[in-house]
Design a protein. Structure first.
Length: 115
C-alpha cells in the first residue's frame, strides 16, 4: 500500500504562483510514475502533469510552459510548481502514483485563483 499526502494549496490572485507537494509513504519502492490531476466543479478529473521514473515528463496543453513537475526520490515527494496562475486553474488537485499497475490517490488539495 502507498499513502499520498498533498499540501500547498490555497488562494492566490491571477498571475501568482503556488507550489504543491505530495509525499508518498508506505510501500514506496517500485513506484513507476507520479503525477498531478485536477477536478473543477462540474468537470471530469484531468491530467495536469506526470513524471515517470527516469525523469520523463508530460503536461496538459493548458499548463505547458506555466507548470513544472519535479520529483525528489530521496524524499518520495513530487512537486508541482504553478506559475502564471489563471482563474481557470481553480480546482481540487490530486496527487497520483502508479505502482505495479495500480493507481493510488491522495485526498486532494484546493487551489483557488481569483481574478
Amino acid at each position: 500500500q502507498v499513502q499520498l499526502v498533498e499540501s500547498g494549496g490555497g488562494l492566490v490572485q491571477a498571475g501568482g504562483s503556488l507550489r504543491l507537494s505530495c509525499e508518498a509513504s508506505g510501500s514506496t519502492f517500485g513506484i513507476n510514475a507520479m503525477g498531478w490531476y485536477r477536478q473543477a466543479p462540474g468537470k471530469q478529473r484531468e491530467l495536469v502533469a506526470i513524471i515517470i521514473s527516469g525523469g520523463t515528463t508530460n503536461y496538459a496543453d493548458s499548463v505547458e510552459g506555466r507548470f513544472t513537475i519535479s520529483r525528489d526520490n530521496a524524499k518520495n515527494t513530487v512537486y508541482l510548481q504553478m506559475d502564471s496562475l489563471k482563474p481557470e486553474d481553480t480546482a481540487v488537485y490530486y496527487c497520483e502514483c502508479i505502482k505495479a499497475g495500480r493507481n493510488y490517490w491522495g485526498q486532494g488539495t484546493q487551489v483557488t485563483v481569483s481574478s
